[in-house]
Design a protein around this ligand. Structure first.
Ligand code: CMP
Length: 143
């Protein structure tokens, strides 16, 4: 699939890093197809991260993701999911490669500045979570 979802998390929004993150994304040949700034309720954060229910970090994650504004965006590029994960880097900033978003901008395992979808299936679900009309306006298949 040629689409994926990126979220700029509260720590990065708070530090005025929206522009810096979008600059990196666009420099890596992604096109921003849809974008918004919003605050997630605790219930919506629980729903978004339902796959992590029961994990030791789940409550902190939900609390954090509903603690301030976030900026989700739908991105288009060839091999979108894997290309974005390369750009973003490992979940824990201290493990991430130099030059990745999380290495350069992340604070810690929770405040890691961005979320990137980890599979085509999740990318589709996550894009629809924030942009319900996206796939009726844009075709879902293709490289
Ligand atoms: P994200 O890509 O948004 O997906 C789930 C998030 O859980 C992850 O980024 C981290 O910010 C957060 N998290 C916190 N602690 C952990 C942990 N020990 N393992 C994995 N993810 C964690």
């Amino acid at each position: 699939m040629r689409y994926t979802l990126l979220i700029i998390k509260p720590d990065a929004v708070e530090r005025n890093l929206i522009g810096e993150i979008i600059r990196r994304v666009e420099a890596d040949q992604f096109m921003v197809k849809d974008i918004k700034r919003l605050a997630l309720s605790k219930e919506r954060a629980q729903e978004f991260y339902a796959v992590h229910v029961g994990k030791h970090f789940y409550d902190d994650l939900v609390e954090y993701m509903s603690s301030g504004p976030i900026v989700p965006m739908a991105l288009e590029r060839y091999n979108a999911v894997s290309a974005l994960r390369n750009l973003v880097g490992a979940t824990k900033p201290s493990d991430a490669r130099p030059g990745t978003v999380r290495k350069d901008l992340g604070v810690d395992h929770t405040r890691n500045s961005v979320h990137a979808a980890d599979s085509d299936e999740n990318a589709k679900r996550e894009i629809e979570f924030f942009f319900p009309d996206f796939f009726s306006d844009n075709p879902a298949s293709g490289g």
